[in-house]
Design a binder for this molecule. Structure first.
Ligand SMILES: NC(=O)c1ccc[n+]([C@@H]2O[C@H](COP(=O)([O-])OP(=O)(O)OC[C@H]3O[C@@H](n4cnc5c(N)ncnc54)[C@H](O)[C@@H]3O)[C@@H](O)[C@H]2O)c1
Ligand SMILES: [Zn+2]
Length: 357
């Protein structure tokens, strides 16, 4: 059954999210005037003879992909290639790829002529279920991840689940981790539904996948429409990321982003339970029904080096006070952000987790 399109409300400009097959909308976009495509090199290689066939002779830039190239230099290279197509102010940039493509091209779209039309076609599970809405673009600078960025909503988003067929297991699981996060934030009903559907999701069942992709986006939409510029409530979307980002860097990025988020939720839950804010039953249920099945599907990375993780948490750019910041799920799936987490509490949570694996 085709999924229903929806609109995301934005103070900058509302935008539409369309669900459909690439073959339906790409020829139309390619035929439009002043359109330049920017495509993830792997997506182009894997789909140029199928879903992207209609772009054979379209003006396009094939983008090298990796965290190391999510930089201002890559944006400049992209400007350079776009200038070669003699663009006009009313041009449209169409990006096809995952979160890295989104960040490089979204930043370019937001700055070229102070903002050009930008169509985003996400091709990873993470980008389809999470990052494609929210309007953030971020670039890495030196050793600082996502230090430079803009708020720039796309003009429109097209989601085609067909692209996911070529996604490697690690990237697929990473996307599932972010969907799990959103379903827990969404409350008891969505968290329970996710747990019930997890076997099907791990088996990449199309019906389960499209259902949760849509549900995850709906949950995220509620948060970003209320707090588009990340001044308060949107912080909750950082659930799992406080420990998660630190785990990614402490393990040299051996753990994918979404799985680091899952570990991060597990640790946040331990810290919440130790503060008496989350019951043992609720913590155990989330761990056994959602978090551990995802972690055991990914290659194990635990136990963790507590000191390295705490050093990483101190660098968290969302931290405002002297202590550590942590988003927690409390009893009844109430979400809260605390700014007064002691290093000893973080260390105790990591220690407890390490002893359990
Ligand atoms: N701007 C935002 O709001 C936002 C939100 C979350 C994450 N991010 C950023 O997104 C990045 C991670 O993005 P991601 O997880 O989507 O992955 P990605 O863009 O890093 O892509 C992961 C890998 O999958 C490949 N790939 C992409 N689509 C494919 C497909 N359909 N089949 C086969 N391979 C494919 C890519 O070439 C790459 O090798 C991080 O840099 C993160 O900071 C941005
Ligand atoms: Zn994330």
């Amino acid at each position: 059954m085709p999924l229903e399109n929806f609109t995301v409300k934005s103070k900058l400009k509302d935008y539409e999210v369309f669900f459909g097959e690439a073959a339906e909308y790409l020829p139309r976009l390619a035929a439009g005037p002043d359109c330049v495509f920017a495509i993830d090199e792997n997506v182009w290689r894997l789909h140029k003879d199928s879903a992207l066939k209609s772009l054979e002779s379209a003006p396009k830039v094939i983008l090298p992909i990796g965290e190391a190239v999510k930089t201002l230099e890559s944006v400049q290279l992209l400007y350079d290639r776009i200038v070669g197509f003699s663009p006009k102010k009313n041009m449209r940039l169409v990006s096809i790829g995952g979160g890295i493509t989104q960040d490089i091209t979204g930043f370019a779209a937001s700055t070229l002529y102070r903002g050009v039309k930008w169509t985003f076609i996400p091709t990873t599970l993470l980008a389809q279920a999470d990052s494609c809405i929210g309007g953030k673009t971020s670039l890495n600078f030196k050793s600082y991840k996502n230090l430079v960025g803009t708020f720039y909503p796309p003009t429109e988003v097209y989601i085609s689940a067909g692209f996911l067929s070529t996604l490697v297991d690690g990237d697929y699981l990473s996307g599932l981790g972010e969907i799990a996060k959103l379903c827990i934030i969404g409350g008891a009903e969505s968290a329970g539904a996710f747990a019930d559907a997890l076997a099907g999701l791990l088996g990449r069942e199309p019906a389960a996948l499209t259902r949760f992709l849509r549900l995850a986006l709906e949950i995220k939409k509620g948060y970003i429409e209320e707090d588009e510029f990340d001044a308060g409530r949107r912080n909750i979307l950082n659930f799992g990321h406080c420990f998660g980002h630190a785990i990614e860097s402490a393990t040299g990025f051996a753990v994918s982003h979404g799985i680091a988020v899952v570990y991060g939720i597990l640790l946040a839950n331990i810290a919440a339970r130790r503060r008496g804010l989350l019951s043992e039953d609720a913590e155990r249920s989330m761990r056994d029904r959602i978090l551990m099945p995802l972690i055991s599907s990914a290659a194990a990375a635990a136990p963790f080096d507590g000191n390295l993780i705490i050093q990483g948490m101190k660098k968290d750019k969302k931290r405002t006070g002297a202590k550590l910041a942590l988003v927690m799920a409390l009893d009844g799936f109430k979400m809260a952000r605390v700014d007064d987490l002691e290093e000893t509490e973080a260390a105790a949570a990591i220690g407890e987790f390490n002893r359990s694996v």
